[in-house]
Each structure stands twice: as C-alpha cells, then as structure tokens.
Design a protein around this ligand. Structure first.
Ligand SMILES: [Zn+2]
Ligand SMILES: [Zn+2]
Length: 135
C-alpha cells in the first residue's frame, strides 16, 4: 500500500509513493519560482525506487548555480510541474508538493534560499531557515 499519491492538473499523470518523504523543503530560489510560477516551491524528497509513475512526462534540463544538472519533469498534456532530479543527489526524486493528495503529509522542515525570497512571503518562524542550500 502506498503512503501518498498525487496527480497533475489534467489527471493524465499520476503516481504512488511507497515511502515517507526523507525531507520536505520550501525553496525560495529563483529557479523554483520560475519553474513553478509561484513565489516559492515546496519539494518532498523521496527514494526514487519507491515511486511508481503512470502517464507521459516531458522534461527540461538545466544547470543550477552550484553546477549540478537539474531535470524538471512535467505532464506532457497540461504542463503541471511534478518531479525533479538533481545530479548531485543520486537516486533521490523530488516531488512538487502541489501535486500531493494527502495534504496532512506536507510538513516542510526548513525554508532554503531565504536570501532570494520574495520579501512579502510570510515565513513560518517555528521551522529552520537557511540563506542558501545547506550542504
Ligand atoms: Zn496533466
Ligand atoms: Zn529551488
């Protein structure tokens, strides 16, 4: 039985994840803003082999500031951004929190890239913060 599941806007791509997230980050970097079209992105990090994906994805690859190769995966039909891979984090898949059905599972533990956040964004002071990506 899966722990959580999700889908894109049109429903043609969906997934089941059989593990709990290893980490959940709110990311305020410029790349997440542009890719999501929102003021920050929330990512769940899970072991790649624990996720079963159904449907057709398209992808876009770019370099991050740190030089890693980043791959963004989105529904070929409706364009919803769903998953990401980072060449520096082998076998880890990031799942965009906006696609998750089980809302209570989305509990970010840190805000990263605080240095580039949109100033009006309200921040939960009870969780950790980092100016960039903590190593
Ligand atoms: Zn779709
Ligand atoms: Zn980011």
């Amino acid at each position: 039985m899966y722990i959580f599941s999700g889908n894109c806007l049109c429903g043609k791509v969906n997934y089941n994840c059989y593990a709990k997230p290893k980490a959940i980050f709110n990311c305020h970097c410029v790349d997440c803003r542009r890719a999501t079209g929102s003021v920050f992105g929330t990512n769940l990090f899970v072991p790649e082999e624990e996720v079963k994906i159904y449907g057709k994805l398209s992808s876009y690859t770019h370099k991050s500031d740190s030089g890693s190769t980043m791959t963004k995966m989105f529904c070929s039909n409706c364009g919803s951004l769903m998953f990401g891979r980072n060449s520096a984090k082998k076998n880890i898949l990031s799942i965009r929190a906006g696609t998750v059905i089980q809302l209570d599972l989305i509990k970010p533990e840190i805000n990263v890239f605080m240095d580039s956040r949109v100033p009006s964004t309200s921040i939960d002071e009870k969780i950790k913060k980092a100016p960039r990506m903590p190593s």
